[in-house]
Design a protein around this ligand. Structure first.
Ligand code: NAD
Length: 248
């Protein structure tokens, strides 16, 4: 298995769901991890304890990634604790689903603020350290919705498609400096985010998945860990779907 020993990873929204699985997979493979959370310190500290049980150093830091000063403080906490930053996983994300005709302006603004501006804030804060190191891995968690669109998700799909353009632009800007920038685009993964979805709709969706099952948080975490590894050194600007074939 890929070794990430000696690397420092920062995972936004790392206290639950996909972010939690990513933080723990990176820790299992050897990375020290910073677990960013928004509200639930207890959950983040639990992830820290599990990472420490793997023999890693770990830190929980509260920040709203949509606020640039908080993103800067999060990166500073990482650098002052661990002295470097090798892997940034922009995982924090929210949905505020509604048909366009009913969508409130704040539903649009909040989704774009967290999902897209959050990635901008975090990447801008983190990239200086990576430029100094002349190496780095940035992995942005997009979505099959950003590739295919989804009824009721015009705000979310726009933010997730935006992340893809953001990623490809940065892959070009940073390629010469040893920094790769890639997207993982999950399909349907049961987490708190998808709990609210109607059971009938879920079953209809499952019928469209060639692998005939929903994904697990570990399925996504393995893809992120691969892109974070030395083995993925020649991959940048890529969009890796982890969706059981749903989006093809
Ligand atoms: P989740 O709701 O369990 O996790 C989202 C995490 O983001 C939470 O820890 C939450 O606290 C954090 N967060 C939200 N706003 C934040 C903010 N302003 N600052 C910092 N953290 C914030 O959902 P999940 O399914 O684990 O989602 C993780 C990522 O995967 C999201 O970007 C989501 O869009 C994406 N995704 C999920 C699915 C799926 O089916 N679950 C599919 C495609 C993409």
């Amino acid at each position: 298995m890929t070794s990430l020993i000696g690397k420092v990873a920062l995972v936004t929204g790392g206290s639950r769901g996909i972010g939690q699985a990513v933080a723990l997979e990176l820790a299992r493979r050897g990375a020290d991890v910073v677990v960013n959370y928004l509200l639930k310190a207890e959950a983040a500290l639990q992830v820290v304890a599990e990472a420490e049980a793997c023999g890693r150093r770990a830190l929980a830091v509260q920040s709203d990634v949509g606020e640039s000063e908080q993103a800067v403080a999060l990166v500073q906490a990482t650098l002052s604790t661990f002295g470097r930053l090798d892997i940034l996983v922009n995982n924090a994300g929210i949905t505020r689903d509604a048909l366009l005709v009913r969508m409130q302006e704040q539903d649009w603004d909040e989704v774009v603020r967290v999902n897209l501006k959050g990635a901008f804030n975090m990447t801008q804060a983190a990239v200086r350290a990576m430029l100094r190191q002349r190496s780095g891995r940035i992995i942005n968690i997009s979505s099959v919705s950003g590739l295919m669109g989804q009824v009721g998700q015009s705000n979310y799909a726009a933010s997730k498609a935006g992340l893809i353009g953001f990623t490809k632009s940065l892959a070009r800007e940073l390629g010469g400096r040893g920094i790769t920038v890639n997207v993982v685009a999950p399909g349907f993964i049961p987490t708190d985010m998808t709990l609210a979805l109607d059971e009938v709709w879920r079953e209809k969706l499952r019928a469209f998945i060639p692998l005939e099952r929903f994904g697990s948080v570990e399925d996504v975490a393995h893809a992120v860990a691969f892109l974070a590894s030395d083995e993925a050194a020649y991959i940048t600007g890529a969009v890796l779907p982890v969706d059981g074939g749903l989006g093809m």
